[in-house]
Design a protein around this ligand. Structure first.
Ligand code: IMP
Ligand code: MG
Length: 180
């Protein structure tokens, strides 16, 4: 697998994002809401770089993929969502691809009446968007390749890589599931 973003580059990118977020919120209390499962590592690194009062929460979004790189139907689960009414919420996801997940999550969250909602993603895959909504903060723009590591998976594997790698071929996967 080919390294696209190194561990050091990720660390610097996360610190840069945190500085931007700190500057924008001026110490206002924040609820950082990680999207399960891909954002967990990004979430844990980012919150430790933020210098403001915050709470951490989780929301689940899954588009069933299995051993393929094309998304299936999107399901949102708000069972783990903390109280966000009247709070400033920062929604955190691993990657902005078609944008369907982000758009849908933002629509769902509004129903819980937060004071404000912004979004941050580590990666922004260029040229894939099918929605108008764009993330307020992003770490890195990447080309249209399938990536794994630092929380991102293929068939639920590779999340533990410390860097972001381009997945060139899916071991043991059917021919039609080889990433573009
Ligand atoms: P979107 O709804 O198309 O923007 O897809 C967002 C979700 O798809 C992300 O939260 C990831 O779970 C998954 N995803 C999209 N591209 C990749 C990738 O290159 N590697 C791993 N997961 C991806
Ligand atoms: Mg995800």
């Amino acid at each position: 697998m080919h390294t696209l973003i190194s561990e050091r580059q990720i660390r610097e990118g996360v610190a840069r994002l945190a500085a931007e977020i700190d500057a924008d919120y001026h110490g206002r209390p924040l609820t950082v809401l990680g999207v399960l499962t891909g954002s967990i590592i990004f979430l844990s690194d980012l919150v430790r770089c933020l210098n403001q009062p915050l709470r951490v929460g989780l929301i689940q979004a899954s588009s069933y993929r299995g051993p393929t790189t094309t998304p299936g139907e999107l399901t949102i689960n708000t069972a783990l969502l903390p109280q966000v009414a009247g709070r400033d919420v920062l929604l955190l996801d691993d990657i902005y691809d078609t944008g369907q997940t982000l758009a849908r999550l933002l629509r769902e969250l509004v129903q819980f009446e937060p004071r404000s909602v912004r979004s941050a993603v580590l990666l922004w895959k260029e040229g894939r968007q099918t929605v108008d909504v764009v993330p307020d903060y992003h770490g890195f723009k990447i080309p249209n390749v399938f990536v794994v590591g630092y929380g991102l998976d293929f068939n639920d594997e590779f999340r533990n890589l410390r860097h972001i790698a381009r997945l060139d071929a899916a071991p043991g996967a059917p021919a039609n599931s080889v990433p573009e």
